[in-house]
Design a protein around this ligand. Structure first.
Ligand SMILES: O=C1O[C@H](COP(=O)(O)O)[C@@H](O)[C@H](O)[C@H]1O
Length: 265
């Protein structure tokens, strides 16, 4: 085992896992708001990530949170048009955030989406690699500028949630891809041009910026993720298992169901 302190909580079922992550998120936000003016949270997409948001939407613990002082960001985004069904932010809005805005609890300006694809479908489909790289670089820089405007140049997130893919990816940091190894702390957000998981164009937070977050929580369910979970927790900082880099300054917590824990000792 490695020397990085990562705590692991295993729940009997996927349902218990999802409900527990949602409750923990709401309680942690509520606790932090007693000591600081605002709380900045990075959300994740994916099956588990959206299920957590849907569970949060139904939780009575929402009553303990002053959402006017909560800001939502994303750990990664699929670079598709803003109204595309694949978009992590659209799914999060449908699962939870739209209802918070509609009820007047959450100001729309507290939702910080990563930039979306604005080219026509034809222009995007015929774009060269160089054109895509330029568009993604601009999107990543725009998101970094928004982070720095909101949080300050050295500012960090309070909480970041991450799902894990069966290949071990987290955010849009994929096994063997250069973005995983980006180590410049001045670079907080990057474009990803050839994601092995569709869609191929993405924007992601970087490892250094993720690791500057106080609370980094990773969650995964199901047997299909057990190999990735086992490898990520066996040893930290493995480029072939990007989620092995997931850790926070104050807490690095993995929450998994029993099926996803199958490969843990
Ligand atoms: O594409 C993505 O996948 C991961 C994991 O998704 P899952 O469906 O296997 O749970 C997700 O964390 C990430 O935000 C998303 O863009």
């Amino acid at each position: 085992m490695d020397s990085v302190q990562r705590n692991v909580l295993v729940y009997d079922t996927e349902e218990t896992l999802i409900q527990t992550v949602a409750a923990r998120l709401l309680l942690r936000i509520s606790d932090l708001l007693t000591a600081q003016e605002r709380v900045d949270v990075a959300l994740t997409g994916g099956t588990d990530g959206i299920a957590v948001l849907a569970a949060a939407a139904q939780s009575p613990l929402c009553a303990a949170v002053d959402f006017s002082r909560v800001h939502f960001w994303w750990g990664d985004e699929r670079f598709v048009p803003a109204d595309h069904a694949d978009r992590n932010a659209l799914q999060a809005r449908e699962a939870w955030l739209d209802a918070l805005v509609a009820s007047g609890e959450l100001p729309e300006e507290n939702i910080h989406e990563m930039p979306a694809e604005t080219r026509t479908a034809e222009a995007a489909a015929s774009a060269s690699d160089a054109e895509n790289d330029a568009v993604l670089l601009a999107a990543a820089r725009e998101y970094q500028a928004e982070l720095e405007r909101e949080l300050g140049p050295e500012g960090t997130l309070d909480i970041a949630l991450f799902g894990v893919g069966p290949d071990g990816h987290f955010a849009s940091l994929f096994p063997g891809h250069d973005e995983v190894l980006s180590s410049d702390p001045a670079v907080k957000s990057l474009g990803v041009a050839h994601s092995p998981k569709m869609p191929p164009l993405r924007v992601t937070l970087t490892v250094p910026f993720i690791q500057s977050t106080d609370f980094v929580w990773v969650f995964a369910s199901g047997e299909r993720k057990s190999d990735a979970v086992g490898r990520a927790l066996y040893e930290a900082d493995h480029a072939n298992v990007p989620s092995s880099y997931a850790r926070g300054k104050e807490e690095s917590l993995w929450m998994i169901d029993r099926a996803a824990a199958a490969n843990l000792a």
